[in-house]
Design a protein around this ligand. Structure first.
Ligand code: PPE
Length: 308
């Protein structure tokens, strides 16, 4: 889906016109994949557009930078305020938000120590990632032939731009094979996550998602679903999964800001459960959508209205 332009992009403290938000071809991060980024959504609510778990996302941006040894020349609250201002400037009821901190123009070479850090925040409309049909009926997955990088290769706990070379290889392989998404295994063969989502299996009523040590990102949607599962009285565990645990699951699904809560109906040619969105997934998904649009009674604090 082509990006739909919005009026402004925040760059280093200013809201600039969309077409003027440009960088030099010798920007460090373009060459070496050294940036860190976030994916956030703002949703339409009765109080206007509200950003979902905004501070948590910006804190994770700063944690990614910390892992990479990058200094962001702003505070968390400055980037939180800048994100709200950018969303408000679009005039959109809801949108996807992409903050990125990157080493800009000025230095070249693998030594990032002399580089200065630039920050940009862009917003645009992004419909359900894999389509409405995927949310209702689930998707077909493939365990990737590509391995998720090891903690000592590229730390998967950081949303580093360069990490996503691995995810893109897996995503394109899956699409070319006729699947919707890929499952990434860690170097030890256990399940890590999907290309840009956390994965979950439901078996005998227990919901299980792999830990960060398995190479999963500490997902904010994952955490939201965990908290919703608690509210609904489901048993939840963070634990390792083998690919066969996924094959024999009663239900499986994945979560992410872009993907929201997407059921899985097939993995590697094997039907998962009854091949439809399962009852646990359906309840978690329904409650998640109530939380993001502000109609749930609980977790109102997850929403930051941009007008406030
Ligand atoms: N794992 C990875 C590797 C990842 O990139 C994401 C977010 C998640 C898990 C889920 O995290 P959270 O969004 O906090 O629930 N992926 C972002 C980028 C996806 C893309 O296709 O680009 C996102 O969902 O915005």
């Amino acid at each position: 889906m082509p990006i739909q332009p919005t009026p402004k992009i925040w760059m280093n403290g200013d809201l600039v016109d969309w077409d003027k938000a440009q960088i030099h071809v010798l920007t460090h991060t373009l060459h070496y994949g050294t940036g860190v980024f976030e994916g956030i959504r703002a949703y339409p609510t009765s109080q206007g557009p509200a950003v979902f778990r905004l501070t948590e996302h910006i804190e994770r941006l700063f944690r990614s930078a910390h892992i990479m040894g990058m200094e962001i020349p702003y505070t968390v609250s400055e980037i939180v305020a800048a994100t709200k201002a950018t969303v408000a400037s679009t005039g959109l009821p809801g949108c996807y938000v992409r903050p990125i901190a990157y080493y800009g123009y000025g230095e070249m070479g693998l030594n990032t120590l002399p580089c200065s850090t630039d920050v940009a925040i862009a917003c645009w409309p992004w419909a359900p990632f894999l389509g409405e049909d995927a949310l209702d009926h689930g998707v077909r997955m493939k365990v990737s032939s590509w391995t998720r990088h090891d903690h000592n290769t590229m730390p998967p706990a950081s949303k580093t731009t360069g990490n996503y070379v691995n995810s893109s290889l897996a995503k394109v392989e899956a699409l070319k094979g006729g699947y919707d998404e890929a499952i990434m295994l860690a170097p030890n063969g256990l399940v890590a996550e999907c290309t840009g989502e956390n994965i979950f299996a439901v078996r005998h009523g227990v919901i299980i998602t792999p830990p960060m040590s398995a190479g999963a990102l500490e997902g904010i949607t994952q955490n939201s679903v965990m908290r919703i599962a608690e509210d609904l009285g489901f048993e939840f565990r963070v634990d390792n999964l083998a690919r066969s645990d996924l094959y024999i699951a009663d239900e499986a699904f994945f979560t992410g800001t872009a993907a929201e809560v997407t059921p899985i109906r097939e993995i590697d040619g094997r039907t998962i459960g009854n091949g439809k969105r399962g009852p646990v997934t359906e309840r978690l998904q329904a409650k998640f959508f109530e939380c993001v649009n502000g109609t749930a009674v609980a977790h109102r604090d997850w929403l930051s209205p941009v007008a406030a």
